[in-house]
Ligand binder design. Sequence first.
Ligand SMILES: Nc1ncnc2c1ncn2[C@@H]1O[C@H](COP(=O)(O)OP(=O)(O)OP(=O)(O)O)[C@@H](O)[C@H]1O
Length: 658
Amino acid sequence: MSSDNQHVSFSSDNSTYEEQSSELNYTNYYAPLSQTYNSNDNNIPSTLEEQQNHYTNYPTRTSFQHRMDNYNIPTPNEINDESVSHDSEKVVEVSPNERYVKLNTLLGKGAYKVVYKAIDREEGYEVAWNTMQAMQSPNNKDLEHEIQILKSVRHPNIIAFHDAWYGENEFVFITELMTSGTLREYIRKLAPLPNLKIIKRWSRQILKGLAYLHGHNPPIIHRDIKCDNIFINGAHGEVKIGDMGTAEMKLGKKYTVIGTPEFMAPEMYEEQGYNEKVDIYAFGMCLLEMATGEYPYGECKNAAQIYKKVSAGVKPACLLKVQNPEVLGVIENCLSNEDERMSAQEILEHSFLAVEPDVVLLAADPDNVHLTLQVVFKGMDKLSVKFDFNVETDTAEEVVREMIEEQVLPERYQHHITKEINRILRDIDKPTESEQAEQVRRSVWRRESDIRNELDRTREELNHATDRVLEIEQKCDSFESRARAAETRYRDAVRNLRELEEIKSPLTEEDLIKRPMLSEALSSLSIHSSNTSSSIPHGLNTPEEREKLVSHILDEYSDDTDISVFVTDCALASHRGTDKAHEWARKLQNQDIMTVGDLRDLHDEDWAGIGLTVFALRALKNMLKGKKLAAVQLQQQTYPASPPPPLTQSPPPPSSLA
Ligand SMILES: Nc1ncnc2c1ncn2[C@@H]1O[C@H](COP(=O)(O)OP(=O)(O)OP(=O)(O)O)[C@@H](O)[C@H]1O
């Protein structure tokens, strides 16, 4: 570090800021720099040509050649000799106050500045070490004053200015380090175009920075807003306005012709002076570049053509490519006449960028009746509105309407704010966590008790039904035993009768049948007592058919007779239809009883397992063992006058039991 280096220390007193009466002019301490013109200055070039010559004579920022120079700015990659990989990062210079150390890592190079990475040894974070070539030594007092102003500018969307000093033929200043380059480079990285959400987020941040600068008294005008001078911290999407070197306090109209032609408002070219609205014009061009990815007035070959178009009110060609009507509306307003242009704050509040306000509950009395609410307009603190709300007497709708009428709230948020207040009121009504837990406990308890009651009721019904079943079963048992007793009595009676008859006079079977009592007994011994025509089995419509069946039954069934033939005959003989016959046959076949022989082989106990009704079993047994009886029955039906065959079997039980 050369001993010529002068470090300038600054007082925190910024009274000079307010008192600033002359325009900031860096010509004092570095060149090439802006040229200040005053309307009283006779040297003002009046024609474009004069201006061009004038500007080219002075290598100023305003030089129309500047744009072309801009295009030739080497990228860090192009500066191979100076690019140093981070692996070999090392300290190459120390600031006069020894607080900052410059590293050999080049961050970038512009038309005027070369920027290196540096470290703030006091705070322990990285900063940017900006160097500018300076032709002449600055006046210390002026430098101190200027830098004092730059240091006083503190806003999250403006690159912080930390320190500055004048070195050997160079002016050095330390600023906040931005990690992700300029907005212009970043737009290209988001090819084809950044989406609307990103454009809005960037715009909001740029405008907040501008609103802050323009909100100073007197306003600070940046004068070189463009995407190259807006920097990005990619990790958080933070956007900050940089290159404050051209910023100026506005005291009355400005006349310094400075900036980048494509971004310069028409009034900057004129002699009438300009104000902070030139930054809004430049912001409009930035928005145009964000929305189209194109540099404004890219169709112009040189700065003179741009000047001509701007002066004639011809807008950049890429304006036609803006698709979104809201974005287009904002750009058009920014590019309109100075008087019509919205301020940074107004654009922020424009529906395109406005963020819906929050409504927060600041305080409430213990009964949650008297509330203090606040509408917070994000990024627009001035508009935050605090108000009281009585839950018992006020409604959200009324309160919001009143505030709109009194112009305390903008009407466009009426619905949103009303909804938010109602949400807060609902939340207040909501039970606390312990109340909620108690409610859950109670509802579980209620449910449990309902289920228990239901269980008791069902158990009672079940007991009742069981009792009924037992009762009915007992009745069944008693009926059954009564039936058995009746059956036994009946058998005894028949036997006694027969014995009696035999004792009295031995009868032939024929006689026996003729006796009315015996006839009656015999008929009850038959499987079915009816002899009406309707009881004739289905399929026995003619006497021939009946004859055939009788003779068939009278024949002994051979052992190999198919069981279904036997069963069908049996069903017919017992006045059952063919469907019954099929059912019986199926049950027998399921037990592997395929022939009459199989049936004959059955032991008495096996009969019970066949699964047939008692009626069917008796019919089959009778048919098998006492087919003659069945034949008699049939004969009686067919030929009622002819005598039935003799009784050879013990009588079956009454069919009522079957
Ligand atoms: N604060 C910073 N943090 C990180 N990099 C920076 C910072 N300031 C500048 N740079 C890098 O240095 C490059 C040159 O800076 P800048 O564009 O401000 O220089 P300039 O000479 O003022 O350029 P212009 O030609 O736009 O006037 C930038 O493109 C950027 O890559």
